[in-house]
Design a protein around this ligand. Structure first.
Ligand SMILES: *[C@@H]1O[C@H](CO)[C@@H](O)[C@H](O)[C@H]1NC(C)=O
Ligand SMILES: *[C@@H]1O[C@H](CO)[C@@H](O)[C@H](O)[C@H]1NC(C)=O
Ligand SMILES: *[C@@H]1O[C@H](CO)[C@@H](O)[C@H](O)[C@H]1NC(C)=O
Ligand SMILES: *[C@@H]1O[C@H](CO)[C@@H](O)[C@H](O)[C@H]1NC(C)=O
Ligand SMILES: *[C@@H]1O[C@H](CO)[C@@H](O)[C@H](O)[C@H]1NC(C)=O
Ligand SMILES: *[C@@H]1O[C@H](CO)[C@@H](O)[C@H](O)[C@H]1NC(C)=O
Ligand SMILES: *[C@@H]1O[C@H](CO)[C@@H](O)[C@H](O)[C@H]1NC(C)=O
Length: 574
């Protein structure tokens, strides 16, 4: 890459600067409203350095999609034949023409300080704000704060020359504010309940018992690994994990420390989210090497989520399972951004990585389209066809380890952006047919990708944060690391049998379940999640039912059966 880059620098001396007559707006559909937690500080001075991320057009994205379908389809001869990062790079990297055009454009404005990733499809460049505002015609950069952190963003749309726009999907660090997906602490609500024993709460022992994990169900393969990713101001403390395991981890073998932290862990105060993710992925995925990706957005103009995505393309050796509790409203993001992130998720899939996202904590969500006209509000990346999305449940009887019911917050529904993938078409069709009553058709898009795929408990967890045990922590931020750890345990057994990692597991999951529940999941069949508070829907989104549903997916894991079902190799009949 370095050689190629130098070559372009040389070439560009002979290139005329790009001075197009016509400009094109990139991401004209991106919501540029400042979220309420951020306030305007002031204009950025012209000489301040800004870091812009150029998502360069890639090659062979159709091939990538086909390849992902083959390597993750258990009936395909190519099942489990994953690509290395080098092989992926050869397939997908931006063309020489793309690199040359973008470099020429940047050079013509004096931008030189750029770095790329191993797949040569992103460029991250430092430049003074004055340069950025010329490069991205129309942009005006301001500083914003949420009290802890500052960001540089432009609320004004930008144009770039037409001949360059052909080669760029979007520019990161301009419009998007980090989303705020927080765990729910219901302490204030439940403290009013005084029923004896209510504070039982969900602990690792409870989760392990419910999902049939015995003391011997811990990882043991040296090369197995799992990770959680955290964004902006979310830090965990090793000390919290140690205390958590002392309090709650006596019944199973586990690690007491995170094995590797990628990125900055600057915070003094641990975040609830970070504590939750780490503590629970290490309780189901017990005794498995665990990494934390901590993307603080060190520079004011970074997008922490995008940083994480790029990092995946810059590391050849990386954990097999990733748990991410992060999401934005689909309607707040530009199509170009979502489509590109979707490709990045496919890139992870062809490498055999399993990427799990929380389905969100607002049920079906709600958005007012026009006065008095509402629709549901899907969340992205939960709605990507190339991730495994995890919904939430609660115990039917909060005092006991019983059957589970829908947690009304469990995110779910249908994407308005991504088409329904083939692997789920039969399951979704069957749901729509089975249900006697569904929300009005105008609230959702039946042709879209439906989610979640699976679920786990999401209510009433105990965590330790800043050395204090805290009860009543809830949200799909809890169910996602729990389910991720279960998949990591299954990978462990696969590795021991010489099988490849599960990778993108949805096609396999849905094919197992073709004929209804097979015992691998505890089917969640009761309860509905939240929707719009209006007369037409009376506060309700979708309802759970037998088999797959857009509230709890296939249900929650019955580990021994799920393990059996997922220990399939190429050619085996699942
Ligand atoms: C990718 O990794 C290389 C080598 O480790 C590094 O020089 C480069 O800055 C990284 N790229 C980005 C965008 O961070
Ligand atoms: C798993 O748990 C359920 C309910 O807790 C139980 O009925 C079942 O027998 C357990 N074992 C297996 C192997 O499914
Ligand atoms: C824990 O994992 C290590 C490998 O990382 C393995 O050697 C050890 O046997 C495992 N412990 C148990 C109890 O399985
Ligand atoms: C773990 O991975 C390394 C490098 O990829 C490999 O050399 C080693 O044999 C692997 N170990 C096991 C136990 O599979
Ligand atoms: C844009 O974002 C703001 C703040 O998050 C939100 O209130 C508004 O509804 C969004 N608008 C659109 C069109 O998505
Ligand atoms: C419904 O989803 C499809 C893609 O799955 C999309 O083309 C269409 O625009 C969506 N309709 C609405 C109203 O959002
Ligand atoms: C589903 O049921 C049909 C008919 O009973 C059977 O032929 C098929 O093998 C089953 N599929 C799975 C995945 O169990």
């Amino acid at each position: 890459m370095t050689t190629r880059r130098c070559l372009f620098l040389v070439l560009c001396i002979f290139c005329a600067p790009i001075s197009s007559a016509r400009g094109v707006f990139l991401e004209a559909d991106q919501n540029v409203t400042v979220p309420i937690e951020w306030i305007y500080v002031g204009r950025v001075s012209a000489s301040d350095q800004i870091l812009l991320t150029f998502a360069l057009k890639q090659q062979n994205t159709n091939k990538l999609k086909e390849l992902l379908e083959r390597v993750s389809n258990p009936h395909s001869p190519q099942y489990g034949k994953y690509l290395t990062l080098d092989q992926l790079s050869s397939l997908i990297q931006s063309s020489e023409e793309t690199l040359k055009t973008v470099w020429t454009w940047l050079r013509s404005y004096g931008v030189q300080s750029c770095s790329t990733v191993q797949t040569s499809d992103f460029l991250k460049c430092f430049m003074p704000v004055s340069t950025a505002e010329k490069l991205l015609a129309g942009s005006k950069f301001n500083r914003y704060t949420n009290g802890h952190h500052t960001l540089i963003r432009s609320l004004v749309k930008y144009e770039i020359p037409e001949e360059v726009a052909e080669h760029i999907d979007f520019v990161g660090g301009v419009h998007r504010f980090p989303s705020k997906m927080t765990v729910i602490s219901k302490a204030w609500k439940t403290s009013r309940h005084t029923e004896a024993g209510f504070h039982l709460g969900v602990t690792p022992a409870v989760v392990r018992k419910r999902y049939n994990l015995t003391a011997s169900d811990v990882g043991s393969h040296a090369n197995n690994s799992q990770a959680v990713a955290q964004f902006l101001e979310q830090y965990f403390h090793q000390m919290d994990l140690t205390e958590f395991m002392q309090l709650f981890g006596r019944s199973f073998v586990h690690h007491t420390k995170v094995d590797k932290v990628i990125g900055s862990q600057g915070g003094i105060k641990a975040g609830l989210e970070a504590s939750l993710d780490v503590e629970y992925i290490m309780s189901t995925g017990a005794n498995i090497t665990t990494w934390v990706f901590s993307n603080g957005g060190r520079h004011e103009s970074q997008e922490p989520f995008l940083e994480w995505m790029m990092l995946l393309s810059n590391m050849s050796s990386i954990p097999w399972v990733h748990s991410i509790s992060y999401g934005d409203d689909e309607d707040s993001l530009s199509m170009a951004y979502m489509e590109r992130i979707n490709i990045e998720l496919m890139k992870a899939g062809v490498r055999g990585l399993s990427i799990l996202f929380a389905s969100g904590d607002d049920g079906a969500g709600c958005r007012e389209v026009r006065r008095g006209i509402n629709t549901f509000r899907p969340s992205f990346p939960a709605s990507s066809p190339y991730v495994t999305t995890v919904g939430g449940t609660s115990f039917k009887n909060p005092f006991q380890i019983t059957a589970e019911v829908t947690d009304y917050i469990s995110g779910g529904g249908f994407s308005n952006v991504f088409r329904m993938p083939d692997y789920q078409a039969a399951a979704v069709k069957s749901y729509l047919k089975r249900m006697k009553s569904l929300p009005p058709a105008s609230y959702y898009n039946v042709s879209g990708r439906a989610y979640p795929d699976v679920a786990a408990l999401s209510d009433n967890y105990w965590i330790v944060s800043n050395l204090i045990p805290i009860p009543w922590i809830s949200g799909t931020s809890a169910s996602t690391p729990v389910f991720s750890g279960v998949l990591a345990l299954i990978n462990d057994h696969r590795f021991q049998k010489g099988l490849p990692a599960l990778g993108f597991v949805n096609p396999l999951l849905y094919s197992l379940q073709e004929n209804g529940t097979s015992g691998a999941f505890f089917d969640v069949t009761t309860g509905c999640h939240l929707g719009c508070l209006d007369e037409k829907t009376e506060g309700q989104g979708f309802c759970a039912s037998l088999s797959w549903d857009p509230v709890t997916g296939w249900g929650t894991p019955n580990y021994p059966e799920l393990l059996k079902a997922l220990l399939v190799g190429n050619g085996d009949d699942p």
